[in-house]
Write a protein that binds this ligand. Structure first.
Ligand code: GDP
Ligand code: MG
Length: 197
């Protein structure tokens, strides 16, 4: 019943009567080194040992069944690239435009990355002003308890201020990573369902 829809042809999308749009682009944002690619690899089911063989690819597509309903998630790990600065700017502008949802990642061991997360949230709000886009703030590397610089409460409080969801994850331990992506799907559906009524 759920069909992918890239086109703007809504009648096509409604042909089964469900009105469901089940293909969503999720963009990972955040400073270098916070764990975006690690989270994306877990989403895609790529093992750590294979990760370094896996070059060039930065967009992953997977069908997820959450609460008995299928959704195709496209996770874009395109925020950082190896190219020149001008390209980087273009790519980042593009990232800010195309997401149906955003995952803003910081590392709990790096306060600077936490501050960047706030800036990214502000940037998103400015660029996508009129839209109520689902955003999840992610404090990654929760396994590194001894080098923690950002308390759980700080992350949670930040999410309240920024009106988004919050979760701490550990890509290393695979802790909360599936919960994160399921959470995104649920957030997207909540927005979608509230629009329909
Ligand atoms: P990116 O630059 O945001 O894509 O970050 P990466 O995914 O490349 O991760 C940067 C470094 O942090 C790598 O060495 C990862 O192995 C490590 N890393 C990522 N996530 C975690 C985590 O949850 N815990 C720990 N201990 N290390 C992590
Ligand atoms: Mg990366």
């Amino acid at each position: 019943h759920c069909r992918a829809n890239w086109s703007s042809d809504d009648s096509d999308n409604d042909s089964d009567g469900s009105g469901a749009e089940c293909l969503y682009r999720v963009v990972l944002l955040g400073d270098h080194g916070v764990g975006k690619s690690s989270l994306a690899n877990i989403f895609a089911g790529i093992q750590e040992k294979d990760a370094h063989d896996h070059t060039g690819e930065d967009t992953y597509e997977k069908t997820m069944t959450v609460d008995g309903e299928e959704t195709i998630l496209i996770v874009m790990d395109t925020w950082e690239n190896e190219k020149q600065e001008e390209d980087q700017k273009w790519v980042q502008d593009y990232c800010m435009q195309v997401g149906n949802a955003y995952v803003i990642v910081y590392s709990i061991t790096d306060r600077t990355s936490f501050e960047s997360a706030s800036e990214l949230r502000i940037q998103l709000r400015r660029i996508r002003q009129a839209e109520n886009i689902p955003i999840i703030l992610v404090g990654n590397k929760s396994d590194l308890v001894r080098s923690r610089e950002v308390a759980v409460e700080e992350g949670r409080a930040c999410a309240v201020v920024f009106d988004c969801k919050f979760i701490e994850t550990s890509a290393s331990l695979h802790h909360n990573v599936h919960e994160l992506f399921e959470g995104i799907v649920r957030q997207i559906r909540l927005r979608r369902d509230s629009k329909e009524t």
